[in-house]
Design a protein around this ligand. Structure first.
Ligand code: DGL
Length: 258
């Protein structure tokens, strides 16, 4: 493994760019390759077997592209497939899981909310984490329809406002003081979520923690890019406009069948 090789990231679509942004901010000298598997989104409604197969397909493409580490920038893929990925491939993997731990530790009302996909909330890995925090009431909500709207470029739509209000109102009524965003698409909804939640409810996502963990593994095991050049490459297997828009049209997006 060469320290100048790129960091590979994949997600079921454009949402994992929220993780990419956190990594790029912390490690701007690194080369990155991002795969948006938007053609197969949402992963959240698929079976564990399907999610494993798609995650392996994405991993193999990133390995062909010589990635030195793979960031699974998707909670659904991490909670359903990371064990199988680590067993099959030699490359180090960084996963992303809903940040239950900091929310449960800091909650004063001992009540927290988690908004995630069906695939994440029904996974064994997520449920094992939840069991550790028996003293905290965890209100789980599947974000039906949210990923689809984001993938269609419909963040600012009345439909989005309606769905968010339906999902968050019961959490507010239950007196949560932390809302955990358990899907890498959802940080893009934070401005909208903030309009619905009272000020005392904190929102937590996993972007910064994943970036710090990536930095740590590079430092300890692989090394940083020292070539003096870096590139940020984005591939999508669906409409490139939506991915380009979410990146504020700052990076070229390559269409590729994978
Ligand atoms: N962005 C994804 C996650 O973090 C998955 C969304 C989906 O494809 O359902 O779970």
């Amino acid at each position: 493994m060469n320290n100048n090789q790129p960091i590979g990231l994949f997600d079921s679509g454009i949402g994992g760019t929220s993780i990419w942004k956190a990594i790029h901010e912390l490690l701007p000298e690194e080369n990155t390759i991002y795969l948006a598997d938007s053609k197969n989104a949402p992963y959240g409604r698929k079976s564990k077997e399907e999610i494993i197969a798609l995650s392996m397909k994405n991993t193999e493409l990133l390995l062909e592209m010589n990635c030195k580490i793979i960031v699974v920038a998707c909670n659904t893929a991490t909670t359903n497939a990371i064990k199988e990925l680590r067993a099959k491939y030699d490359v180090p993997f960084i996963g992303i899981e809903p940040a239950i731990k900091p929310a449960a530790h800091n909650s004063k009302t001992q009540t927290i909310g988690v908004l995630a996909t069906k695939g994440t909330l029904s996974s064994e890995l997520f449920n094992r984490t939840v069991e550790v925090y028996q003293d905290t009431k965890i209100i789980e909500q599947i974000g039906y329809g949210l990923v689809e709207l984001i993938e269609n470029g419909d963040i600012d739509s009345p439909e989005m406002d309606k769905l968010l209000s339906t999902y968050l109102t019961p959490m507010i009524e239950a007196n949560i003081d932390y809302l955990v965003l358990g899907c890498s698409h959802f940080p893009y909804l934070i401005p909208k979520i903030k309009k619905i939640l009272p000020n005392n409810i904190q929102i937590i996502d996993s972007g910064e923690a994943v970036a710090r963990q990536t930095q740590h593994i590079l430092k300890e095991k692989i090394g940083f890019n020292t070539s003096g050049n870096s590139s940020q490459i984005f591939y999508t297997n669906a409409d490139p406009k939506v991915l380009s828009d979410i990146l504020n049209n700052k990076y070229p997006v390559i269409e590729k069948d994978f």
